[in-house]
Ligand binder design. Structure first.
Ligand SMILES: *Cc1c(COP(=O)(O)O)cnc(C)c1O
Length: 407
């Protein structure tokens, strides 16, 4: 076997399909978010504004979060020193889990090193706990759920995105006695649309299924205490397992599930992705807990984020740009062509110091390539002005379509 040739073939396949990923080297400036330093391939350093980050509320530079992290770092050192089972459980981890359980009104919570791992580990372990489990999965679920569901070799049914009629058909076609679980998201990150939570809960009740919901793009941002869309809609108690991240709106790192105590206990005891890996550094757990705690009361930050999203959408619509608006905080602008999408993104960065990563296949279907903006409370008026003017100019420059709509 010529290993090098095989690896090179795999890489050139990506180049040919235009799917090869190049990472932009950005270093955020604490205290100056969303400003960052871009290390240009030519070796120079340039100041840019990040418009595609997932630190949705700027919590990554919040004084409460930084103070908690400094304190824990000085008190306990860099890493946790072990897995949760072998010397790696600290008061910081336990406090964080208590903070999260309280956030979602659940008996317990379990923290993982990321929400990716939380999804993958939980969904791949549930079939070992519930013999014959059938998992019903929304077609647009995140890769971390798909991987978890696929790996267990259990039964899987994929329902068309947000299509509760299709979900009902699939549920009705299976053995009424079989254990079932419906896995979906509250906010889908690429279109910024919402899952039909109440309808899915109704179906789960009717067919005796458990519900598993990824609130990664909602926690911290929706609901009066940041508990997510389920909190906003008064549905938290109808979701059996809530998954969230500490790395997006909470601005730190880590992921979790919140659920009944016995379920968390079983995942804690059975999931390899929880057991056989070093726990989060105490400083990270402390920062995440401070962030969750802070956002339980800072409704002003949530309001400002929604306001920023509304302003940006209104202004882009006013220019006739084809934005996808489902009323969430995410502002996708449809380009519909991978070459244009990349070109606009390159020009925004090079000529305007505006960083927005092009979103191409396979992250989104071909023909729906887009730029995905994430306005936040730290994106100030002049930054918005600059972005709007730059997009207006580039849309004309590239002779792209404008929608037949006005603000
Ligand atoms: C980002 C993301 C995750 C993974 O979260 P991490 O904490 O970054 O691993 C899970 N689900 C969805 C929908 C996401 O967008």
């Amino acid at each position: 076997m010529n290993y090098d040739a095989a690896i090179e073939t795999a890489l050139s396949r990506l180049h040919e399909e235009g799917r090869y990923r190049t990472f932009i080297d950005v270093e955020r400036r604490c205290g100056a978010f969303p400003r960052a330093i871009w290390r240009h391939p030519d070796g120079s350093e340039r100041e840019i504004t990040v418009w595609c980050g997932n630190d949705y509320l700027g919590m990554g530079q919040h004084p409460d979060v930084l103070a908690a992290m400094h304190e824990a770092l000085d008190a306990t050192g860099a890493g946790s020193g072990g897995t949760r089972n072998i010397s790696g459980t600290t008061a910081y981890h336990k406090r964080l889990e208590a903070e999260i359980a309280d956030l979602h009104g659940k008996e317990a919570a379990l923290v993982f090193t990321s929400a990716y791992i939380a999804n993958d580990a939980t969904l791949s372990t549930l079939p070992r706990l519930l013999d014959g489990l059938i998992i019903y999965s929304d077609a647009l679920n995140h890769a971390s759920m798909i991987e978890g569901i696929r790996r267990n070799g259990g039964h899987k049914r994929v329902f068309r995105h947000n299509d509760v009629g299709h979900l009902r058909e699939l549920l009705a076609a299976d053995d009424p006695a079989a254990p079932k679980l419906i896995a979906f998201e509250s906010v889908y990150s690429m279109d910024g649309d919402f899952g039909p939570i109440a309808e899915i809960c109704d179906l789960a009740e009717e067919f005796g299924a458990l519900t598993y919901m990824d609130e990664v793009h909602a926690v911290g941002m929706y609901g009066p205490r940041g508990g997510g869309v389920a909190e906003r809609e008064g549905l938290m108690d109808r979701i059996d397992i809530i998954n969230g991240t500490l790395a997006k709106a909470y601005g730190v790192m880590g992921g979790y599930i919140a659920a009944r105590a016995n379920l968390c206990d079983a995942i804690r005891s059975y999931a390899p992705g929880f057991i056989f890996t070093t726990s989060l550094p105490p400083a990270v757990a402390a920062g995440a807990a401070a962030s969750v705690r802070h956002l339980k009361t800072d409704q002003g930050l949530r309001d400002r984020q929604q306001e920023q999203a509304r302003i940006l959408k209104t202004r882009l619509k006013g220019l006739g740009l084809p934005i996808i608006d489902h009323g969430s905080h995410i502002v996708p602008v449809h380009v519909g062509d991978p070459v244009h999408c990349k070109a606009i993104s390159d020009m925004l960065l090079e000529d305007f110091g505006i960083y927005v990563q092009p979103i191409n296949f396979p992250t989104v279907p071909r023909g729906t390539e887009r730029l995905r903006f994430t306005p936040s409370p730290v994106h100030e008026g002049p930054m918005v002005d600059k972005l709007v003017h730059a997009l207006d100019a580039l849309w004309s420059h590239c002779a792209l379509n404008r929608a037949e709509m006005s603000a």
